[in-house]
Design a protein around this ligand. Sequence first.
Ligand code: FES
Length: 68
Amino acid sequence: MKLTLKADKKYSICTCGLSQTMPYCDNTHREYNAEKNTEYKSLKITPDKDTSIEVTCSRWKSVKKNSI
Ligand code: FES
């Protein structure tokens, strides 16, 4: 997934695959971690200049939305 990022803005990228605002974290991982005893947390990115990046995560496609 290609993202266009603004300089000095903090982004939180979902790594658990459960966010309703993909690819951005909406803190759904907290509930999942509490229930499943896992330690997912978002990947934080703060670019120092406007840029575009490509991101992907194996969890995005493998996790089922109803697995909480
Ligand atoms: S909702 Fe997936 S890491 Fe936060």
